[in-house]
Design a protein around this ligand. Structure first.
Ligand code: GDP
Ligand code: ZN
Length: 317
């Protein structure tokens, strides 16, 4: 009885001429019964297709590589952490919280700094050097002047990306810019990098208009996310992701791995070893992580925050 239609874009079908067609689909009752939720970004199998009326039924959902809840998108494989160099001022601790949250998802991330046209070259260069020391190579861009938007689009090609960052940094502006530019993005050497969709039998969900009613309380929740197709293949969520990192998935032990500086000191290939297995790198004897880097105090501060939360959880449950 609940209206629950999803728009599904046909990625590819045996009859090649039908690729790209949008179908309005219902979800098979059995899927709902076994509580298999269909999310935006899911790859699904569609059956009972009526090509004239463009209707179909989602019969099954492929296993997800990842699942984001804010916004609800499946198969996200890229996070774009967006901050601005000015207006609002760049707060390095806030940025670190976002980076830690993004790193903790395990999804590859790109850091982008917007509003470059508001700062002078000296300021820009000093930020570049600092981020390099942190272990990041950010894209410096300006939605206003258009600087490096093509580079960003290039880095997002072939992936499903969600943009995250605090409010006011230009997330919505950037999403709009990439959406309107998406037909004209070329690589630096002028080569068009559009790639044809590979043939396969599954259909890909592109957009979902979902209305869910929470029974009992008469609460009506509508959450709408669309995935905008990018020229180079891949999609960009039209709804920005979290703008307040909760760090709920980060533990005292996992925090260190969200700092590239610490990862580097521990070594990725030939791991260096602290004397204690559960070393928190706070100057314990035999610790291989030194304290001579800019964000060490942030690491310290976040560790404390997580420790307090974990102790509180222990007492509560
Ligand atoms: P969001 O809250 O992150 O989605 O930010 P918005 O996209 O709403 O942008 C916040 C403000 O920043 C708006 O007034 C935009 O016009 C402005 N803005 C976005 N990009 C730029 C930029 O590159 N340079 C400047 N100067 N302003 C920008
Ligand atoms: Zn250590």
């Amino acid at each position: 009885s609940q209206a629950n239609f999803m728009r599904v874009v046909v990625q590819s079908v045996p009859d090649e001429s039908s690729g790209g067609v949008e179908l309005l689909c219902v979800v098979r009752a059995l899927l709902k019964k076994i509580k298999r939720r269909v999310m935006v970004g899911d790859k699904v199998i569609v059956g009972s297709v009526d090509w004239v009326d463009r209707r179909g039924m989602i019969e099954n959902v492929f296993q997800r590589n990842s699942e984001m809840l804010d916004p609800p998108v499946a198969n996200v494989d890229h996070l774009l952490v967006l901050f601005s160099l000015d207006q609002p001022k760049l707060e390095t601790f806030t940025l670190t919280r976002f980076l830690v949250e993004a790193e903790s998802t395990g999804v590859p991330l790109t850091l982008a700094l917007n509003k470059t046209e508001l700062v002078d070259k000296e300021t820009l260069d000093s930020w570049k050097a600092r981020f390099h020391d942190w272990g990041y190579q950010p894209v410096f861009c300006s939605v206003k002047s258009g600087q490096n938007l093509d580079l960003l689009a290039f880095q997002l090609r072939d992936q499903t990306t969600v943009v995250v960052g605090p409010s006011g940094v230009g997330k919505s502006s950037l999403i709009n810019a990439l959406r309107s530019n998406h037909r004209t993005c070329d690589t630096a050497d002028g080569e068009n990098w559009f790639e044809p969709v590979l043939g396969s039998r599954w259909l890909e969900e592109q957009r979902v208009a979902e209305v869910s009613t929470r029974s009992g309380r008469g609460k009506h929740t509508t959450r709408h996310v669309s995935l905008l197709p990018l020229t180079g293949g891949g999609y960009l969520a039209d709804t920005p992701g979290f703008n307040q990192p909760s760090l709920l998935k980060v533990t005292k032990q996992s925090l260190a791995q969200t700092f590239p500086e610490i990862r580097k000191m521990l070594g990725e290939n030939e791991p260096a070893k602290c004397s204690f297995n559960n070393c928190l790198h706070l100057g314990e004897p035999g610790c291989v992580v030194k304290g001579d880097w800019e964000r060490y105090s942030f690491y310290f501060q976040l560790l404390d925050e997580i420790r307090i939360r974990e102790e509180f959880q222990l007492r509560t449950f």
